[in-house]
Design a protein around this ligand. Structure first.
Ligand SMILES: Cc1cc2nc3c(=O)[nH]c(=O)nc-3n(C[C@H](O)[C@H](O)[C@H](O)COP(=O)(O)OP(=O)(O)OC[C@H]3O[C@@H](n4cnc5c(N)ncnc54)[C@H](O)[C@@H]3O)c2cc1C
Length: 415
């Protein structure tokens, strides 16, 4: 069993293979020069905590050894020979596989506008990126974040907490356009502004010049911003080059069927690098989310061993913004109705219903204690295809848990 990519999905898969009883070789190949680590803390704790925090490891190196997982650190897989069932590393070594798992993750999108040499522009994907940002931010630094998505906003929150002067520039009409309802995006914007972050929406950076050693961002309307550091958070692209060169089918990432198999029955994929057919929504989706990477990695491992089980986990994502959390379960683009449950100062929950009345998504923003449980109950209802009453969802005196119990015991399930 050979796994390419030692991130969240690859590491979860390696552990799951061993825990499922596979006694043969497991080779986990990663091109980063450290043990597998978590990415979510890179925009949060790693930027904020005192001292210089080390990476949060996914598994201790000693445990990898104990499990008999052969971890090839700092090794790049350059090619796959599907006929010979081998992969070739950049040092020329060939490794044979019986089943291959691709968990190559994603890479940040980079700017395509002109940027003068010497302008300090970075993205955030690795621990090394996070350390470089961490060392630059602070009261002496003026930071401009390009992109008002999750990663950009988390960097902005962490930087302002460290005393940095922060401006976020977003080309779209509002923050978090991709997945978050407008009212929640407004709450998040207000939270940032109260904390001292300047936010400019509908603003496009045309080019970046250098002015006396600092980056000078020139906007389309002619305005300028000076920055000691520019962090670009404009999305990510799946790492598909290896799969593409091997002739595997691609469709918004490495294309998988419901059981996470690629167009080659001996090659599987999981995590940010792939799209898969999701039965709950009857469509192909690609997720960039921590829990999906973990669970999909484990599910792919089971299928590599012949389980042949469709992967049906309800999509779930969280983002920390200061002392509050944003959580989302399911996919809201298939909904035609949204219902708001106002928790007053404690936050807001939104529920999304498909035309059939089925609950397809829920999102919430507020303190962890007030959001987590209800989103969890909503997630179960989504997975069970329940159709709770909109009025009850909107009413804060009706517990979400009771709607789950009611839905499960009645005939309100929808296709
Ligand atoms: C800064 C940041 C904050 C985040 N915060 C959150 C959050 O709050 N909530 C949330 O739900 N999600 C969050 N995410 C997303 C989450 O971390 C990702 O969805 C998850 O890490 C994806 O795991 P993966 O295993 O698919 O890919 P990755 O973790 O990217 O791992 C892929 C690995 O494969 C390696 N690789 C690629 N090609 C090769 C090759 N040819 N040979 C060898 N190795 C290779 C890569 O270098 C990388 O180490 C965040 C991501 C980032 C970057």
């Amino acid at each position: 069993m050979v796994i390419v990519g030692a991130g969240e999905a690859g590491t979860a898969a390696a552990i799951a293979l061993r825990e499922a009883g596979w006694r043969g070789l497991i080779v986990l190949i990663g091109n980063e020069t450290m043990p597998p680590y978590e990415r979510p803390p890179l925009s949060k704790a790693i930027l904020i905590e005192e001292g210089e925090p080390g990476p949060k490891l996914l598994i201790a190196p000693a445990r990898l050894k104990e499990l008999g997982i052969d971890y090839l650190q700092g090794s790049d897989v350059e090619s796959i020979d599907r006929m010979a069932h081998t992969v070739t590393l950049s040092n020329g070594r060939h490794l044979a596989y019986e089943r291959l798992l691709l968990t190559t993750g994603a890479k940040p999108r980079t700017l395509t506008i002109p940027a003068a040499a010497g302008s300090r522009i970075t993205t955030l994907r690795t621990y090394t990126d996070a350390l470089a940002i961490r060392r630059s931010i602070g009261p002496q630094c003026e930071l401009v974040v390009i992109g008002g998505g999750f990663i950009g906003l988390e960097v902005a929150a962490s930087a302002v907490l460290r005393g940095t002067s922060v401006t976020v520039i977003e080309a779209g009409p509002r923050l978090l356009t991709r997945a978050v309802p407008a009212p929640i995006a407004e709450l998040i914007k207000a939270k940032h502004e109260r904390s001292g972050v300047r936010i400019e929406t509908g603003a496009t950076v045309e080019r970046i010049d250098v002015d006396e050693g600092r980056s000078k961002l020139v906007l389309e309307d002619g305005r300028t911003h000076l920055a000691d550091l520019v962090v670009v958070g404009i999305g990510a692209m799946p790492n598909v080059e290896l799969a593409q060169a091997a002739g595997l089918t691609l469709e918004n990432g490495i294309a998988l069927n419901e059981t996470l198999t690629t167009s080659d029955p001996d090659i599987f994929a999981a995590g940010d690098c792939c799209s898969f057919l999701h039965r709950l929504y009857d469509e192909r989706i690609r997720l960039e989310a921590w829990r999906n990477a973990q669970r999909q990695g484990a599910a792919a491992a089971a299928n590599m061993l012949g389980a042949n089980r469709p992967y049906e986990d309800v999509p779930w994502f969280w983002s920390d913004q200061y002392d509050e959390t944003l959580q989302m379960a399911g996919l809201n683009h298939v909904a035609d109705t949204s219902v708001c449950r106002d928790l007053n100062a404690k936050g807001q929950l939104f529920f999304y219903l498909a035309p059939s009345g089925r609950l397809v998504a829920a999102s919430g923003f507020g303190s962890l204690a007030n959001i987590t449980k209800d989103i969890r109950f909503a997630e179960i209802m989504i997975g069970k295809r329940l159709a709770p009453q909109a009025e009850a969802l909107a009413d804060p005196t009706v517990s979400i848990k009771s709607l789950l119990a009611l839905g499960s015991s009645s005939a309100s399930m929808r296709g």
